[in-house]
Write a protein that binds this ligand. Structure first.
Ligand code: GMT
Length: 371
């Protein structure tokens, strides 16, 4: 089977899901064609079944905004005709789902199918906004098959788009053979001094991630337990977050690492993973942490409760409950038996519910039934 993967190539969960799915399928013999403006960041190693097609942009003075969407459609059509794609798998509805639809119309015939995976903000923030609502509804309806990464996202899709058919839920996944627990006294040693604990947050620093809550939680935690906060990622709230650490007098305990392609060692070195998001359809970064045996302290929102089991693999609080999340962190950091139990069940849950070997066959079955 030949699959065209349409995704955002930059750091972010939807691109990671598309890339890891493509890599896994390529190993199983599928031919995978990534089509985007840049190579997805986790797609580095050569594989004989993986192809990357870069979408170029014509720099023409008339275009105040470069019409990337049209160039993407054009590329999908030409690749599809050249290699004979069977499926276009659009990750993140806007614009990929519509681009897939347009490409299928241009290619013509019944042979090219469109699968759309909704990842979260494409429904909850962007797709439901009046400026994109109609086009999102249209592209969902025109897809041959639609999936959502959690039941919560499925329900929100049904709520925002009652005219569309219900998506099928296929959870995010993790390679538990790669994301394994590591020796704490060998990881992040550059930051960890002595017995200090490490709190970790990874995101794109958008307002929806509530990065200021992350810093305020840590501010309270470090008053009681010697600790450091490691932040991976970059985005609009990065600068203000740095200013807040100065204002709170914790600048020397907070480490902004920027974007990194390989974060395994950072995950393995963490004692707690923080995810106090406003909205989160699933929380892939939290799953990768859990697979490394790292307990999660997060907000009870979106699909997070489908991933993190409160009192078993971590602790959940209402959005914005900084005090509660700080107390939760202290409970984990000061009671080794709690920490050990959460760590054990986090790893076990990742293995039993979200391993690639469990989830990816669901996509394979979906492709088969769609065809
Ligand atoms: O979290 C982000 O803002 C990035 C976003 C993306 O599309 O790259 O992530 C979304 O998709 C991930 C993969 O399915 C989910 O694990 C994230 O929970 C989801 N983010 C939100 O819903 C905010």
């Amino acid at each position: 089977m030949k699959i065209g993967m349409l995704c955002y190539p930059t750091h972010g969960g939807s691109g990671v899901v598309a890339t890891e799915l493509g890599k896994y399928l390529a190993n199983k013999g599928y031919e995978i064609h990534f089509i985007s403006y840049q190579k997805p960041f986790r797609l580095q190693a050569y594989h004989h079944n993986i192809f990357f097609h870069e979408v170029g942009a014509l720099d023409y003075p008339l275009f105040q905004h470069n019409p990337y969407v049209l160039a993407l459609v054009n590329k999908i059509v030409s690749i599809s005709r050249e290699v004979g794609l069977n499926i276009l798998h659009a990750h993140y509805a806007i614009p990929h789902s519509l681009c897939a639809y347009l490409a299928r119309q241009i290619v013509g015939g019944e042979s090219l199918k469109v699968v759309t995976t909704l990842h979260g903000t494409d429904i909850t923030l962007v797709g439901s906004d009046p400026s994109f609502r109609e086009i999102t509804a249209f592209s969902i309806n025109q897809s041959d098959t639609v999936t959502a990464v959690s039941h919560s996202l499925k329900e929100q899709t049904v709520e925002f788009f009652p005219e569309c058919s219900e998506p099928q839920v296929i959870y995010n996944f993790v390679d538990t053979a790669l994301y394994i627990p590591g020796e704490k006294n060998r990881c992040l040693l550059h930051y960890r001094k002595g017995e200090e604990k490490i709190l970790l947050h990874i995101s794109n620093f958008r307002p929806v991630k509530r990065i200021f809550d992350v810093i305020n939680i840590f501010h309270r935690v470090q008053q009681n337990v010697p600790s450091r906060l490691v932040l991976v990622g970059d985005g609009p709230d990065r600068h203000e977050a740095s200013l807040l650490t100065e204002k709170l007098g914790i600048k020397n305990r907070v480490h902004f690492l920027g974007n990194h392609d390989d974060i395994l060692e950072v995950l393995q070195g963490a004692d707690i993973f923080l995810m106090p998001s406003e909205k989160e359809s699933f929380g892939l970064a939290a799953l990768e942490a859990m697979s490394c045996g790292v307990p999660v302290v997060a907000s009870r929102t979106g699909g997070i409760p489908e991933l993190v089991k409160h009192g078993d693999t971590g602790l959940l609080y209402p959005v914005g409950d900084v005090e509660g999340m700080a107390q939760g962190c202290l409970e984990i950091l000061t009671r080794p038996e709690v920490c050990h139990r959460f760590s054990h069940y986090s790893r076990e849950r990742a293995l039993k519910k979200f391993d690639t070997s469990i989830i990816i066959p669901q996509y394979e079955e979906l492709y088969r039934s769609t065809l």
